[in-house]
Design a protein around this ligand. Structure first.
Ligand SMILES: *Cc1c(COP(=O)(O)O)cnc(C)c1O
Length: 383
């Protein structure tokens, strides 16, 4: 069956009552058949019927051996990093979510895990950075916030040859567009807060594993550390997943339209969107993603940091907020918001300028969104 059909039906099979929408189980514990006889569920940190349903749906949509749902995207990322032994080494793409940067440099370093950041859109740089202690390569399928597109197929060849895990944060590119496991990745992470939930009302994360063994190892860490999704969030997440394909298709079309318009705007210096022919990784993005590239667009405004701030403050429809992937459009300035946890030198090295603005395109009419950006740019003025 096709993606949309599976998104609606897998994990949503009617229960014994025939309810078309399965009930939400909030029970934290389950009566046991006998001492030491665990039954299907025992304690909700270890599993619940509501969580099991959404995990089944996610595993199916990612083409995974198994999936796990977490209380947030960072909880999912932290669980994946739990596979790294003390003293090991990780190679990660430098075009990276600020929270992941912070986790690697302020938490994982406490276990002497060494981090090497490279431009992940050049697979040879990843190959060069791998050393005997390397256990994992971590990349984003579209980098945040510069929209670089790594060649996941080529990187998977590198990691296979080196015997290290390839983990992909695919938050910007949901599985209706790209399934990294099919391209050779071992683990896919999603901040399900974004396109999966899709309505800015559910904080959640997901890990999908290529093999049952890896799924089991990750489950062990999740259960041991307790970073699980709650029943209400599992329900909201599952509801969101059912319309993901439709939402993302529309958001991708609107984002392309807005990116093209921005490219022709005199106050915009550079637009970063993989769907634009001017994007350096455009042909690679087409090969990996087809004709949809998601709803995230970054652009540099002419002027300085204050101009960028004025643009972000000047929109009416775009909410000034971090996060992304929901029905309402958002705008933010990475240098002072989503990527403030980078130190300034690392931000400069990664190429994240103060004049950079990032938007998440929602489901409003794109004409209204363009009009809103136009008035904000005009009011912000130039340098
Ligand atoms: C939001 C986000 C995360 C973190 O997810 P939370 O659900 O906020 O914990 C990780 N990676 C990317 C690319 C994100 O956008």
């Amino acid at each position: 069956m096709k993606f949309r059909t599976r998104a609606i039906h897998v994990g949503s099979e009617p229960d014994a009552t025939g309810a078309v929408v399965p009930p939400i189980y909030l029970s934290t514990t389950y009566v046991q058949p006998g001492p030491g006889d665990w039954g299907a569920f025992d304690y909700s940190r270890s599993g619940s019927p509501t969580r099991a349903r959404v995990e089944k749906a996610i595993a199916d949509l990612e083409g995974a051996a198994g999936a796990l749902a977490f209380s947030s995207g960072m909880a999912a990322t932290h669980c994946a990093m739990g596979l790294l032994p003390a003293g090991s080494h990780i190679v990660a793409g430098c075009d990276m979510y600020g929270g992941t940067y912070r986790l690697l440099h302020k938490i994982c370093n406490r276990s002497n895990i060494e981090v090497t950041l490279v431009h992940a859109d050049q697979a040879n740089l990843i190959a060069q950075a791998i050393k005997p202690q390397t256990k994992m390569v971590w990349v984003e399928s579209i980098g945040n916030p510069l929209m670089s597109v790594p060649d996941l197929e080529q990187i998977a060849e590198v990691t296979k040859k080196a015997g290290v895990l390839l983990a992909v944060d695919s938050t910007f590119v949901p599985p209706c567009i790209l399934r990294p496991l099919e391209l050779g990745a071992d683990i896919v992470m999603h901040s399900a807060t974004k396109y999966f939930g899709g309505h800015s009302d559910c904080l959640a994360g997901a890990l999908s594993a290529k093999t049952p063994e890896l799924h089991q190892q990750l489950y062990f860490i999740q259960n041991a550390t307790g970073s699980v999704i709650g029943g209400l969030e599992a329900f909201l997440l599952h509801r969101g997943i059912k319309t993901m394909e439709l939402r993302v298709r529309e958001q991708s079309a609107s984002a392309l339209c807005i990116a093209r318009w921005l490219e022709s705007h005199p106050q915009v210096q550079r637009v970063m969107y993989p769907g634009l022919a001017s994007h350096p990784d455009h042909s690679r993005a087409r090969r990996l993603m087809g004709d949809q590239f998601g709803g995230m667009v970054s652009f540099e405004v002419a002027g300085d940091i204050e101009t960028a701030k004025r643009v972000c403050k000047g929109t009416d429809l775009f909410g000034l907020a971090v996060s992304c992937g929901a029905v309402e459009s958002l705008i933010e300035q990475p240098a002072t918001m989503s990527h403030a946890s980078y130190d300034p030198a690392a931000r400069a090295k990664a190429g994240i300028r103060d004049t950079l603005v990032r938007i998440s395109v929602g489901l409003e009419d794109p004409e209204d969104l363009i009009a809103d950006l136009d008035q904000a740019l005009k009011r912000a003025g130039g340098a």
